[in-house]
Design a protein around this ligand. Sequence first.
Ligand SMILES: NC(=O)c1ncn([C@@H]2O[C@H](COP(=O)(O)O)[C@@H](O)[C@H]2O)c1NC=O
Length: 521
Amino acid sequence: MTAESTKRAIRRALVSVYDKSGLEELARGLHAAGVELVSTGSTASRIAAAGVPVTKVEELTGFPECLDGRVKTLHPKVHAGILADLRLDSHRAQLAELGVEPFDLVVVNLYPFRETVASGASPDECVEQIDIGGPSMVRAAAKNHPSVAVVTSPERYADVLAAVQDGGFDLGARKRLAAEAFRHTASYDLAVAGWFAADYAPVDDSPFPEFVGTALERKSTLRYGENPHQPAALYVDGTGAGLAEAQQLHGKEMSFNNYTDTDAARRAAYDHDAPCVAIIKHANPCGIAIGADVAEAHRKAHACDPLSAFGGVIAVNRPVSKELAEQVAEIFTEVIVAPDYEDGALEALARKKNLRVLKAPAAPGQPAEVKPIDGGALLQITDRLQAEGDDPAHWTLATGEALSAAELTELAFAWRACRAVKSNAILLAKDGASVGVGMGQVNRVDSAKLAVERAGEERARGAYAASDAFFPFPDGLEVLTAAGVKAVVQPGGSLRDELVVEAAKKAGVTMYFTGTRHFFH
Ligand SMILES: NC(=O)c1ncn([C@@H]2O[C@H](COP(=O)(O)O)[C@@H](O)[C@H]2O)c1NC=O
């Protein structure tokens, strides 16, 4: 069967929309093409006010819209007109017998439930905004796509007007419209079900509701995934925010690994209040620094490990200055992401053809994280340095001389920066910049060795060291004390804390316990 032969002419349309944008134009266009319009309350009023003839649903059903709009279209004369399968003689015959005329087009969009919840409206107001008649019509029309075309967004009106001029939508187009319609009602119902589970009718006071549903829409297909043999795509969650919705101002298409590294880079840079730059490779920092301004922060972050920073991903927690942009343009960099770009910055970065330049608000990210596992998913509240032990005021001096306020600030920087390093993590810092990072090792001694080796003898001496979790034995700590670090911060809590403290004492190194751990996998 050709596409041409599957077209269904549009002669009668049912229009019931909350969002009235583009409605007049649509109505005029349909009328001009000879389409008869049937419509609900205020939609019909708008159409009539535009000078377009329209039949009110009430006239069709012989039943008034009632209960403050809770019942308008929920009537067999409407639903039989939508649901009759016009390929079947028996359905046609029943319609004739019942005096029901079929619809060829259904245009509906729903009450703004999500927006009402987001506005802080009362529970009763939110409940009232659960559309009942709308989804019923949308689902009915989508089911009956062999006979009916369904449209749920004003963005589709231009397609409708083109189709009416062209003999109607073909079956393929009606199927695609039906798929879009089912996505629309499914995501609407997820929002309602999620709100009931989390806010309106939770079964307990757990921060994790009994039901969590996310509707993801494909935004783009990526060249490939983590490796070239893995097909991949990017999906967005409909919030319109975050990295997935970042604006790309320049450069090549983002890759899968670009996204994961940029996510890690933003997480690292946004942990700090002062101007901060994080440079990431394979989801680990090869430099994090704060500075008087972002250009200084970048010089310090880059100096941590210039070899690894080659081909890195950079996140900045402030607008990018021209000075910073000039510096970045000198170094091969895959991606830079920032909340904004000052005058001249974008031009400087755009000199690099391949550098991807992203703009995304410096938001802290999702309040909860989801980790898929086989057969399900794990959810946890996002680690945002929110624990008491992340504040140096709550640290315990385990051994050595108490640090001055300035020195404590240095150690606190190391602690915050260490959180962005994959476990087991040891990070050495000096002057508000990482100088040696030991990441992702399966024992803490190797992480300590790596951090010291990366820092080099001179930078390790007098550095401030942070460990994301406790030292189970003194050996990891001894690697640091042998390198001459000035102070160490770690959670404490090991069975052998006494031995670890003893080793620090022997080396004359100050050690603080945070009581808080920052595993990151
Ligand atoms: N109850 C019903 O029968 C019903 N039929 C259509 N609606 C909704 O009413 C709105 C349009 O109403 P109006 O034309 O009065 O502005 C649309 O968002 C549509 O989804 C209904 N409203 C809610 O359920």
